[in-house]
Design a binder for this molecule. Structure first.
Ligand code: PMP
Length: 335
């Protein structure tokens, strides 16, 4: 019989799939590593498993322990899934701007969610940061993974994402492209691929316009808000090692969202906005490469969580983004 011993054993070993339509005019092979095949639906399942393994080894998490992390997104899902399989409770602290759907997903996995007000100062006792710190102090057996500084995050990509790409491309990968959020993915995967290839593989970052990673340090007004989720930052986290990255591309929300919609319609890949952003950077990097080049671009999560945003025409138009015309096959009045 062939089966997994439990759902968390299915984290990793995600497939590579060739992009065939959005790559028009490009000679190189562009392969997408589709991380929504992870059981929790994103690349963050990898770090959850690795962070919990390390915390158990180091005695920071013991039977009956509680995982406490300020997160609303993919990291929360990954941690909730791995935590329940290992018998730990999980508590996530989220700001009240987070969508009801995301909170519902975390609760569906059995996690407890504490909602905090967004409109207070960080040092206010009700703030996101204050509440999570207080819970860690007050809950017996609490453990806070802190994905922004936890070195087991990049390590998990060094140990899994990197080797999978090296193996599945038969060592022919020439470029690796990923968006930068905490930086764990690009740091760990990039470090592995550089080492394995003696520095031959070029590591390409993608960063939203407005984020600190690709902003000119002499132009502080280049750091501002943006809409693509899960990537970019307004501070430098410890999980990111910029020395691994050879080039970084700035991508606008408009470009990221247009590409995200094309990936769904043309490649059958329903993925989130940060995937569209990474593909824009991959296509820029691949533009002048020869046929022999093999560009691998990582698509971090599924598009289901963004149906009311990137994939919603009204949401897009209300924010000034162009929406492609759809052919009207259905007579007006029946739509
Ligand atoms: N895209 C999405 C949707 C994410 O949730 C994340 C994780 N924050 C990333 C990209 C970036 O990954 P990393 O934090 O490893 O840089």
């Amino acid at each position: 019989m062939r089966y997994a011993s439990s759902i968390d054993a299915l984290v990793g070993s995600t497939p590579l799939v060739r992009l065939n339509h959005v790559t028009e005019g490009i000679a190189a092979t562009v392969l997408a590593k589709v991380e929504y095949f992870n059981p929790g639906g994103s690349s963050k399942d990898r770090i959850a498993a690795n962070i919990i393994d390390a915390a158990e080894r180091e005695g920071k998490l013991r039977p009956g322990g509680v995982i406490v992390e300020p997160t609303s997104g993919n990291t929360g899902v990954g941690l909730a899934l791995v935590a329940q399989q290992r018998g730990y409770r999980s508590v996530f602290v989220v700001p009240d701007k987070v969508s009801a759907d995301k909170i519902a997903v975390l609760r569906a996995y059995g996690a407890e969610v504490v909602v905090t007000p967004t409109a207070v100062e960080p040092n206010d006792p009700r703030s996101y940061y204050s509440v999570s710190d207080r819970l860690v102090r007050e809950i017996p057996g609490a453990y806070k993974p802190d994905q922004y500084s936890n070195q087991n995050a990049p390590r998990s990509h060094f140990g899994s994402t990197g080797p999978e790409i090296w193996r599945d491309t038969d060592r022919r990968v020439t470029h690796f492209v990923a968006g930068v959020g905490t930086g764990g993915t690009i740091t760990g995967t990039g470090r592995f691929l550089k080492q394995a290839s003696d520095g031959r593989v070029r590591i390409v970052g993608a960063d939203p316009v407005g984020s600190i990673y690709s902003a000119d340090p002499s132009q502080p007004d280049q750091v501002h808000g943006y809409l693509v989720e899960g990537v970019g930052e307004d501070f430098w986290p410890g999980a990111y090692d910029p020395s691994v990255v050879d080039e970084i591309h700035r991508v606008s929300d408009a470009e990221s969202f247009a590409m995200t919609r094309r990936l769904a319609r043309e490649e059958g890949l329903l993925v989130g906005g940060s995937s569209g952003m990474a593909v824009v950077a991959a296509l820029r990097a691949a533009r002048d490469l020869p046929e022999s080049a093999v560009v691998v671009v990582l698509l971090p999560d599924h598009g289901r969580g963004y149906l009311g945003k990137v994939f919603d025409d009204e949401w897009m138009r209300a924010r000034g983004f162009e929406v492609e015309a759809t052919d009207a096959l259905v007579p007006a009045g029946l739509q």
